[in-house]
Design a protein around this ligand. Structure first.
Ligand code: ZN
Length: 389
């Protein structure tokens, strides 16, 4: 979007869902003729459509403008530590087609790129949307990502380096591709469609196999000098701790990551602690949550410890960034109050000031495909967002 005003108006229509020309002028402080001209351009290219559902204050009903969500479509992919999820959405981020699969073990760069391409092919085929209506592909990739070059610099869960995702996918589909760290994509999704809507400084923490954070400072995604910002999973909290996938010891991820949750449960079972999980050979995070629901003391204890450690990590983060809200997503967060209660309790106990103690901490409501929706938002942002740089 070249013109700042055009992007400003488009964004107001998106945020308000339905709005009249007069209201747009009021909100943007642009003159009514400027608004009319730009709206005409947007109507012409089909990004915006008219509806007459406004409420009349005497006289005829005002014509309202909305985004024409069927104007174009976007593919979003979430590449987690064990799982890949792909979706196709319209311009309003509505999930129209989705697909997920477990990722094979022993991936190589080439094999991974083939799996990724096949998944994108699958959602495109299932959607029956003609490819010329698709405007881009966003990829949220775990690990360290150079979003400018679109390269996965290091994917710790696959032990792969320098994967040229953008180049490969662009060549295959002839569409613009944006690659971003998965937690950052998730944060953008929350800011646009989820629990971050009304907030300008938020932290979104994805707690799955790994733990990553996406930080939005004053309305903008914060990447840091070398795309490293938000690697909360590799903040070290135990100098005598377990070996992490990054090579260090005692990272937060080695205490509260999804795999570690299961390991800690097994360790406690081996010590002879009583539990209904005793005879479960293929223990999953879901099993632990289910056991906790049935008041299994071991399961409740493991989740409580997880919540407390997360609470310590988040208290540190509150002291660094002072967000107005923290949003928790990812598989481990599905355990709900078993983790959230001790987490919030820990922050209340340890944060410095009354304001810091009452930092809102909520769970994501975007569901399993939240990060994929965030990946879609990477593309949406290039159309809608007002860029001042
Ligand atoms: Zn680590």
């Amino acid at each position: 979007m070249k013109s700042l005003n055009k992007s400003l108006i488009l964004n107001v229509i998106r945020q308000e869902k339905q709005i009249s020309r007069a209201e747009i002028a009021k909100k943007t402080r642009l003159t009514p003729p400027t608004v009319t001209n730009i709206v005409n351009e947007l109507l012409e290219v089909g990004l915006v459509k008219e509806s007459t559902m406004g409420v009349s204050k005497g006289g005829r009903k005002p014509i309202l403008l909305t985004i024409d969500e069927k104007h174009s479509y976007i593919v979003g992919v979430d590449v987690g530590g064990h799982k890949l999820r792909a979706i196709l959405t319209d311009l309003n981020g509505n999930n129209l087609v989705h697909y997920s699969q477990e990722l094979p073990k022993n991936l190589t760069n080439d094999f991974f790129l083939r799996v990724l391409t096949d998944a994108i092919d699958k959602v495109l085929a299932d959607s029956h949307i003609p490819i010329d209506k698709v405007i881009g592909i966003g990829v949220g990739m775990h690990g360290i990502v150079d979003s400018e070059k679109g390269i996965s610099i290091f994917a710790p869960n696959f032990q792969l380096e320098q994967i040229p995702i953008k180049k490969h996918i662009e060549r295959n589909f002839s569409l613009p591709v944006i690659v971003e760290n998965d937690a950052r994509a998730f944060a953008l999704g929350e800011k646009w469609f989820g629990q971050g809507l009304e907030h300008s400084t938020i932290m979104c923490v994805n707690v799955g196999v790994g733990i990553g954070a996406g930080i939005i400072l004053d309305g903008k995604l914060y990447r840091g000098h070398n795309s490293l910002a938000g690697e909360i999973g590799h903040t070290m909290i135990d100098i005598n701790g377990k070996l992490c996938t990054c090579g260090n010891e005692g990272c937060l991820q080695t205490v509260v990551g999804g795999d570690r949750l299961i390991e800690r449960t097994i360790e406690k079972l081996k010590k002879g602690q009583n539990s209904i999980l005793q005879n479960n050979k293929n223990l999953t995070g879901y099993d632990i949550h289910q056991a906790a629901i049935q008041n299994d003391p071991l399961a409740v204890e493991v989740l409580r410890e997880t919540g407390t450690y997360l609470g310590i990590a988040l208290t540190n983060f509150i002291h660094l960034f002072n967000p107005s809200r923290i949003i928790i997503g990812g598989g481990v967060a599905n355990s709900g109050d078993f983790i959230m209660k001790p987490l919030i309790h820990c922050v209340k106990e340890r944060a410095l000031t009354i304001e810091a103690k009452s930092t809102e901490i909520v769970r994501s409501n975007l569901g399993e495909y939240g990060t994929a929706i965030g990946a879609v938002t990477l593309i949406l942002e290039t159309i809608f967002a007002v860029k001042d740089d």
